[in-house]
Design a protein around this ligand. Structure first.
Ligand code: DC
Length: 224
């Protein structure tokens, strides 16, 4: 069975950069589970399904074509034949994604798609519930965290927030709203999975965090 390294944590905790780096170092496939939820949300917005119309989301999901493929050792996808591209990173999707990701039917479907990616090879998957729900049996679980102010600064440094004219305070506000929704929901809330190693990235260089995780995984693998 292909190995799974699970890297969970809140938005802008450094997960994406770290997970990509770990995947590269371990010659594994990178999977961004949040991008799957963003892809579904992008499709809901484009289909014009009104906020809160859960029945319409569930109906639409049943007929949705979600095709996964590998590109440069990362899993990408098309929704009904289309690649949403950078649209999934914009504020419109960010504001709606927690609500869509809180629906149990959406989570069950996304979890099936996520579990299928393991058939492609060894994977490094980042998210909120990878170690707790998607792959609870993997021994390789990490949880990254960082101060909210530092997370807002990092998110603001990404070009999309600046292009949309948002300042650091607005980004912080949006992150806090999302943290509250992601941690407070009934279904698979953001939390540290049993057995996960917690790493605070506030004052640590990304390369150092990548190295620490790679070293751990290699030493755990050798001792198994
Ligand atoms: O990691 P991200 O910011 O791209 O995630 C987008 C949203 O998707 C986030 O608000 C919570 C949700 N999400 C989730 O509920 N479970 C996951 N495994 C990954 C993301």
């Amino acid at each position: 069975m292909n190995t799974v390294v699970a890297i969970d944590g809140p938005a802008a905790s450094g997960k994406s950069t770290v997970a990509r780096g770990v995947a590269q170092a371990l010659k594994s496939i990178y999977v961004d589970s949040g991008s799957f939820y963003r892809g579904v949300t992008w499709w809901v917005l484009r289909a014009g399904i009104p906020a809160g119309d859960r029945a319409a989301v569930i109906r639409g999901l049943a007929g949705l074509r979600f095709e996964k493929y590998l590109s440069e050792q990362a899993v990408r996808y098309r929704v009904d034949g289309e690649d949403p591209g950078t649209a999934i990173r914009g504020e419109a999707v960010a504001e709606r994604v927690s609500e869509i990701a809180a629906m149990p039917e959406v989570r069950n479907q996304v979890n099936r798609w996520l579990r299928e990616t393991r058939e492609l090879g060894p994977i490094v998957m980042e998210g909120r519930d990878i170690g707790s729900v998607v792959f609870p049996d993997t021994p390789y679980k990490f949880y990254l965290d960082a101060d909210p102010a530092e997370r807002a600064r990092r998110r603001h440094a990404e070009s999309i927030a600046r292009e949309e004219g948002r300042d650091v305070a607005q980004v912080l506000e949006s992150l806090r709203r999302r943290d509250t929704r992601d941690s407070g929901r009934a279904e698979a809330p953001l939390k540290v999975a049993p057995g996960a190693q917690v790493i605070d990235t506030t004052h640590r260089a990304i390369d150092e965090v990548i190295q620490a995780i790679v070293t751990q995984v290699v030493s755990w693998t050798a001792s198994r």
